[in-house]
Design a protein around this ligand. Structure first.
Ligand code: SF4
Length: 288
């Protein structure tokens, strides 16, 4: 089994989980506004400590509301305070930076083009800072349909691939009279994507571990598949199938930015146990 050189929580996820756990220690009623990270193991662990997941501040009658690493629109933040709830803001510093730049563009009269998935919580938060004139694009077909524009600003959801951001910026340069760009692609996810590509150069099969709704994990799967590798997206060790391991000299292993090391090590242990069992069966079946 070959582990990618980048694994485990990114600093933003680590901070969000630690702040939620610290809040739970106070014994007060603690709410996460949406899943704190897109990872089922962590969600279960926090639920066992009494942390409830809510969809809106209106779902909490008292106690603490923790804003997750993805951030929220300013109106949601204001609602938490209006309701007299204590707010712990675990928005990642890189997402706060993207929100600041988005607001700056809107304040300076730019139409904001956001590269991202429209219903992803981070993009929902960014939209809240983009004023009344913004557009969200996720694919080349979408940005090629953009009309000619005057003042145009470009930002990105943190987990978008850097090549998509570069391609979007190059296109906007051909249709905008004036353009301002803030590169808000997260460098931590870029490093993780490089690690996935390196791994794909060394193995045929890669297990990618992370929540099925985790954007950065899905991007790692896409990258490995774009390099012609078999990439399997799983959330936990019990999903590993023997046929993925059979006949492979080495299998690669990488996790998303919200995948705890303990889950990765469980996957590693199961894949190695399956490989050992397969070896034993092959030796037993071989002619004496
Ligand atoms: S992936 Fe990047 S932007 Fe997102 S929480 Fe982690 S460090 Fe922050």
């Amino acid at each position: 089994m070959l582990l990618a050189r980048e694994n485990g929580f990114c600093f933003g996820v680590k901070k969000a989980v630690e702040l939620t756990e610290a809040a739970a220690e106070t014994g007060r009623s603690v709410h996460n506004l949406g899943q704190v990270v897109h990872n089922p193991t962590i969600s279960r662990r926090l639920a066992e400590r009494g942390v409830k997941v809510i969809r809106s501040p209106a779902d909490a009658s008292d106690g603490i509301v923790v804003i997750r690493a993805h951030g929220v629109p300013p109106a949601v933040r204001a609602e938490i305070e209006q309701r007299g709830l204590e707010c712990i803001d675990a928005t990642c510093s890189l997402v706060l930076r993207a929100q600041r730049f988005t607001k700056q563009l809107a304040d300076e009269g730019y139409r904001v083009v956001i590269l991202g998935t429209p219903d992803h919580p981070e993009v929902v938060g960014l939209k809240g800072y983009a004023g009344n004139d913004f557009v969200i694009v996720e694919s080349e077909e979408e940005w090629e349909r953009l009309p000619r524009m005057k003042k145009t600003g470009v930002v990105s959801q943190s987990t978008q691939p850097p090549w998509a951001f570069t391609a979007l910026v190059a296109h906007v340069a051909t249709i905008a009279q004036e353009m301002k760009v803030f590169n808000t692609v997260c460098p931590v996810t870029v490093k993780r994507q490089h690690a996935a590509s390196e791994l794909a150069e060394q193995v045929d099969t890669i297990l990618v571990v992370g929540g099925k709704n985790s954007a950065n994990t899905r991007e790692l799967v896409n990258l490995a598949r774009m390099q012609g590798r078999h990439a399997y997206h799983i959330e936990s060790a019990d999903e590993v199938l023997p046929e993925w391991i059979a006949g492979q000299d080495t299998v690669g292993l990488i996790g998303g930015c919200s995948t705890p090391m303990e889950t990765l090590l469980q996957v590693k242990a199961r894949a190695e146990a399956l490989a050992t069992a397969e070896g034993r069966e092959a030796r037993a079946a071989a002619p004496a």
